[in-house]
Design a protein around this ligand. Structure first.
Ligand SMILES: C[S@@+](CC[C@H](N)C(=O)[O-])C[C@H]1O[C@@H](n2cnc3c(N)ncnc32)[C@H](O)[C@@H]1O
Length: 404
């Protein structure tokens, strides 16, 4: 085993705490519409296919098994530096009879040793623990296939200030990660003043309830966090091209309460990158950035509202719901995405717009859904644009031939 302090740490504290069951997860991802929605989010402009080579880089205890269940026609490879986490992965794969998964004890920095390329690379909660995250990004990009996609999650800076304060506090006191020290830490957290910046995180995160998860959050030997501009600069420096935030509405000045504020117009005139940076500062409590990046040498960057947009098939994202109670004045319904943590990310729609939304069934094209209502074309386009901003829909660029 590597003597890197992060590897030693995750050997002692495998993360996340291994799940007792993946039955619910497996059942959820049997839904073909969910898989299509995920595919078109990751690979906009590509025709649907499930025959993917997937790398889970820093897979922890269960993520590689989850993705092998998610893409049963694909081939999934999980790598990690923690043998204990890989053992848990192996046990889960055996229990669920998952046959499309290979795992290797291998650091991201040496991923080229697999001698493989991947359509999809998922690395969540890992790169910010590396001695040099940019070396990790370069290594991942080198095994990403042309037209492939990377789904990366990296700690955000400002929303984690309370955590960083407590990490510094633990370092000052020389607190290690033994069971007894973790229990003392948990009990000390119970005495923390209620206006400490860590308190909202303690309330909203299940992570603090389990000793290994508490250690992961507060006693990790090495981690860094990124404000938006530093994160985008790291992608630029390693040849990745930023495509979108995995859930984008919180980063967009067209969405939520800020769009009605006196600064709306100023914000909307900024460049997209400055909008994201401003929205991170405005929202103040983002704890992680989850994004999709491509290799940066694609054939054609995809524009969802290009010339063929009416022939595309809209697919609603799985966490979206239509609410028809306690509506704002004039609205026939509101659309929300339950994965958003910000309560202002609510999209009101009219009766005519509601008919369009109800017509989205994963088969009809945009044009066919617009035909069910009397919305003029420009209002139909505006509706779809708003649904796109608010993480309500993705588009299958039907009827392209399959890419597989
Ligand atoms: C916070 S956990 C995240 C696990 C998983 N990605 C998930 O989201 O459930 C971080 C994982 O990254 C692994 N890790 C840390 N440094 C690594 C490296 N250089 N190469 C590969 N894995 C690494 C750790 O062993 C640990 O399992």
């Amino acid at each position: 085993m590597s003597d890197d302090p992060v590897a030693v740490f995750y050997q002692q504290h495998p993360y996340p705490p291994p799940p007792s069951s993946l039955d619910g997860y497996q059942a959820t991802w049997r839904d073909p519409v969910r898989r299509r929605a995920e595919f078109h989010l990751l690979f906009p402009g590509r025709a649907y296919c499930e025959d993917l080579d997937v790398l889970i880089a820093g897979c922890g205890t269960s993520q590689a098994v989850r993705h092998a269940m998610r893409w049963p026609q694909g081939r999934v490879v999980g790598i990690d530096v923690s043998a204990a986490s890989l053992q848990s992965t192996r046990e889960l794969a055996h229990r669920y009879n998952v046959g499309n998964l290979d795992i290797h004890e291998l650091p991201i920095e040496r991923v080229h040793e697999l001698e493989s390329e991947f359509d999809l690379i998922v690395s969540t909660g890992v790169l910010h623990h590396l001695a040099d995250p940019e070396t990790g990004l370069l290594a991942l990009r080198s095994v990403l296939r042309h037209n492939g996609a990377a789904h990366l999650m990296i700690y955000a800076r400002y929303g984690r200030i309370g955590v960083e304060m407590f990490q510094q506090y633990a370092r000052l006191l020389g607190i290690g990660a033994s069971r007894a020290e973790i229990i003392d830490l948990a009990n000390t957290l119970a005495a923390i003043p209620e206006d400490h910046p860590i308190v909202p995180l303690l309330r909203s995160s299940s992570d603090f309830g389990h000793p290994d998860a508490l250690a992961d959050a507060l006693l990790n030997p090495r981690e860094r966090s990124y404000p938006v501009p530093e994160l985008l600069a790291a992608l630029d420096a390693t040849g990745f091209s930023f495509r979108r935030w995995y859930r984008q509405a919180p980063y967009l000045p067209w969405c939520g309460a800020v769009a009605q504020s006196p600064h709306a117009v100023k914000l909307q005139h900024l460049s997209p990158r400055n909008q994201y940076a401003a929205m991170e500062l405005f929202r103040g409590s983002m704890v992680r950035h989850s994004l999709i990046a491509h290799r940066g040498d694609e054939d054609r960057p995809h524009e969802p509202f290009g010339s063929r947009w009416e022939q595309a098939v809209p697919i609603r994202l799985p966490e979206t719901v239509i609410i028809e109670e306690r509506l704002p004045p004039g609205a026939a319904a509101v659309l929300i995405n339950r994965s958003h943590s910000y309560r202002d990310l609510v999209l009101p729609i009219s009766n005519a717009e509601k008919r369009v939304v109800m017509a989205i069934d994963g088969r009809r094209t945009v044009a066919e859904t617009l035909a069910v209502s009397d919305l003029p074309n420009d209002r139909g386009r505006a509706l779809y644009r708003r649904m796109w901003w608010y993480d309500q829909v993705v588009f299958d660029p039907n009827p392209l031939p399959t890419d597989c």
